[in-house]
Design a protein around this ligand. Sequence first.
Ligand SMILES: [Zn+2]
Ligand SMILES: [Zn+2]
Length: 389
Amino acid sequence: MNMWIEKSGHNSSIYKLNIYTLTTEISLKIETLMKAAFFYGPNDIRIKNIDTEIRTDGESKLRVLACSVCSYDVRTFRNGSFKVTPPVILGHEICAQTITDYKGKNFSIKSGTRVSIYPVIPCFECWYCNNNKYNLCSNLKEIGSTVNGGFAEFIRIPNRLFEIGGIVPVSDKISNEEAALIEPLACCINGINQIRRGDFQSIVIIGDGPIGLMQLILLRRLFPETNVTVIGKIKHRLESARKLGAHRTLEVTDNDFNPIIDALKKSDEDRAPNLIFISNNSSTSIDLALKIITKNGKLVIFSGIKNQHNNSNTGTTRLDPNFIHYNQITIFGSFSSNPENLIEAMDLVDSGEIKLSDFITGTYHLKDLTNAFAFSESFKGLKSVINKF
Ligand SMILES: [Zn+2]
Ligand SMILES: [Zn+2]
């Protein structure tokens, strides 16, 4: 550069070049700094400016466009989590934009493409990874939990996520906020896949939050002839459930399940539920499920259950093995998702079969993240999304 200046020997050129160099330096500096919301411990989120330079080979940096709040984020914010070692950036329901081209063995993508992100970082070495069950990886790392997530301007992801189909392009028809909800929808698809080949006389979903309502939509599609009942506590959500196709909703008041049990027992015996989804984080839901489930019933524990007594994320419940045995009850777990679930979720939204826009009831700036958490736990809406940074 200096040699060129000396050669030109023209003052105005030197002036122009200096300005150019200065602005380039400034813009590079801005690109490498980002605002991020760090979780430091219960009720302690700090917005910080940090360096985003890629330090490790095999990583890509993406610009976050939207990140929605999951009840896991709120639970962790309030109580911490056995999985989380602060400080860490939470947020795993992410729509982002590529800022460089990526060309790999199985997958290529152009810079400037909007994508939904699979928030699991597998080890690619264990039995589960070798059998494409990345969500069960023995050395699992989770974006927004054990590694930095989406409540930030940028996110770094390992390039191997591209190669396993974990970076899913978003079509023009889908908004950034809806694209952030592809991840929870994918988790619901993974839950439904546990029982996809079942034959059910009636279905109960315990939980009227966004997850319960997404499961309702999926179950109505899969078993259009089967009655679905949604049990919940929030009137406007139960109303949404009816609009989304629930045949019946039952409202729990004062944590008293007896009226619910009575209402379900009044149903014809052949309509008693033999598929129950636990779609909230309360261990009392499992107690309720075991009281209402009928013979040959299948119970899917979808949500992480919080302990009622000490607020940790390791809830326990008692069950009678003879009840399970004599009634031939099966209990399924369902955790997170796999890339093919994200792709299926994206197709369902892209084709218009599932509309996610109704789930978005609040959008927030990153600096107001704790307000977004508070709104989520107020149960006034459904999904809060951070879409300004
Ligand atoms: Zn989530
Ligand atoms: Zn693994």
